[in-house]
Ligand binder design. Structure first.
Ligand SMILES: Cc1cc2nc3c(=O)[nH]c(=O)nc-3n(C[C@H](O)[C@H](O)[C@H](O)COP(=O)(O)O)c2cc1C
Length: 333
């Protein structure tokens, strides 16, 4: 059983990656329901938390059924990160995660996220302060290094473990790579193979099928997998991977009724959590993925992203189900 501190997670945990504007409570609810073992909030600005900015505060909202759940923090200032960790601890998550991986300029140029990969002593100091400021297990998510010349993750992992982090998730790209090319898991495997390492190492980057999950589990020996983009609009990926790892067989892909059911749940939760306007608006980015690969979906998708209210969205989804049922019944005749 993989444990983070004293928290038992699973035999081979599947983690939902923290994703800004995606891994909010409505999305996390559908991922949990579909097999995610450990989830994180999207990253939360330490400066925003300290300023008491409403937007940052709202991201601290977690629900009992989400456990175990981690709150992810980012920032460029050690004191602010310590203070933010205290605020996050008061929100009662199961763990605190620090982001040292965000490559986006607005974050990295302020000395936060992946920028810390250029200043390992500061990263170590910051982590140590966060670890000291909370009774919760602290985990870190980072990348291989800043650029091709500074892929220092093996050394970084040891140093972070030495000051008390309880698990490490590694995205197999450098900051300079952003999201380009394919993730390189060989260095992730090196971290795992290092005999000095004893905390769980989770691999991240490009896992998008059960077959790839099995291949990477076996080839790179990680303790679990963190999945990001492949779960957007396809939360079934978690149970599909679990089933495949356990049996070597593929689950049948969700049919249209199932997709519509989950999309509706997601929308309804979005509205409860964000209000009718923002809930409908922010759900629009998910429809393409919920119905990806389905035939004749385009006109419905266009209408879904223009629908102004939840009722209108529900009507379009019902119409879609009826249209598909009708054409299926014709083809059986
Ligand atoms: C839309 C989006 C938002 C993201 N936001 C965060 C974030 O808030 N914190 C973080 O550590 N990583 C963030 N990431 C990176 C992911 O957690 C993950 O490391 C990356 O997408 C690679 O995994 P994947 O190939 O499974 O998607 C984000 C990625 C995407 C696509």
């Amino acid at each position: 059983m993989v444990k983070i501190g004293n928290i038992e997670i699973a035999e081979f945990p599947l983690l939902l990656a923290p994703m800004e504007d995606v891994s909010d409570p409505p999305f996390r609810a559908v991922c949990k329901q579909n097999g995610a073992d450990l989830m994180y909030t999207e990253f939360i600005s330490s400066e925003g938390l300290i300023r008491d900015a409403a937007k940052s505060r709202q991201k601290l909202d977690i629900f009992e059924y989400e456990r175990p759940i981690g709150i992810q923090l980012f920032g460029g200032n050690v004191d602010s990160m310590r203070e933010a960790a205290e605020i996050a601890t008061a929100a009662r998550p199961d763990l605190i995660d620090i982001n040292y991986g965000c490559p986006v300029k607005a974050v990295a140029c302020k000395g936060a996220g992946a920028a810390l990969l250029q200043d390992i002593p500061k990263m170590v100091r910051m982590t140590e302060e966060v670890v000291k400021s909370t009774h919760l297990p602290v985990t870190v998510k980072t990348r291989l290094g800043w650029d091709e010349q500074t892929k220092n993750i093996v050394e970084v992992a040891e140093r972070l473990q030495d000051i008390g982090i309880k698990a490490l998730s590694i995205h197999g790209r450098t900051r300079v790579q952003m999201y380009k090319g394919s993730a390189d898991w060989t260095l992730i495997a090196k971290v795992k193979e290092n005999p000095r390492m004893h905390i769980p190492i989770f691999g991240n980057g490009d896992i998008d099928t059960p077959q790839k999950a099995l291949e990477y589990k076996n080839r790179y020996g990680v303790d679990g997998l963190m999945i990001g983009r492949a779960s957007i609009g396809y939360p079934w990926i978690f149970n599909e991977i679990k089933h495949f790892l356990a049996t070597g067989e593929m689950l049948i892909a969700p049919d249209l009724n199932e997709r519509v059911k989950v999309a509706k749940q997601h929308l309804d939760f979005s509205i409860r959590w964000k209000g009718p306007k923002l809930g409908v608006f922010e759900m629009r980015r998910h429809y393409t993925n919920y119905f990806k690969g389905m035939q004749d979906i385009k006109p419905y998708r266009t209408r879904l992203v223009e629908a102004p209210t939840a009722e209108a969205v529900h009507e379009i989804l019902d119409e879609l189900v009826n249209a598909v049922e009708f054409s299926t019944s014709l083809s059986v005749l």
